[in-house]
Design a protein around this ligand. Structure first.
Ligand SMILES: [Zn+2]
Ligand SMILES: [Zn+2]
Length: 122
């Protein structure tokens, strides 16, 4: 990959408002209070927008107040850097506390996103 391509990827990331550097994490106490459910019925498998994958029977999902469902791990790392639902942008309570792990999960997400863009640019 050339430096120019790399710069273009960074630029496209900067334009994507999901990856704005200045995002507010969701309050941890709020995330802890969210309902966790187990996927039990094969007919009713939700799609997780965060990892762009269907859930499987037996997976644990977390339901936001707007009734959107995600894998527990996916939504937790999502909410560690943002306070909105990935689908409908429903606003969740934020915390003033900035935890060290937030930066780490942000970097992990950033890296994932970058890898996705590199492997499938369109
Ligand atoms: Zn997921
Ligand atoms: Zn939602």
């Amino acid at each position: 990959m050339t430096t120019i391509e790399y710069a273009e990827i960074l630029e496209s990331l900067a334009e994507d408002d999901d990856v704005e550097l200045k995002t507010t994490p969701t309050a941890k106490s709020f995330i802890d209070s969210l309902k966790v459910k187990k996927v039990e019925c094969e007919k009713d498998i939700p799609f997780c927008v965060v990892c762009q994958d269907m859930m499987n029977v037996g997976d644990f999902l977390m339901e936001l107040p707007c009734m959107h469902n995600y894998h527990v791990d996916c939504i937790q790392s999502w909410l560690a850097t943002r306070n909105t639902c990935p689908v409908c942008r429903f606003e969740l309570p934020t915390s003033d506390l900035v935890l060290g792990s937030i930066e780490i999960s942000y970097l992990i997400n950033f890296k994932k996103k970058l890898e996705t863009l590199i492997t499938n640019p369109f």
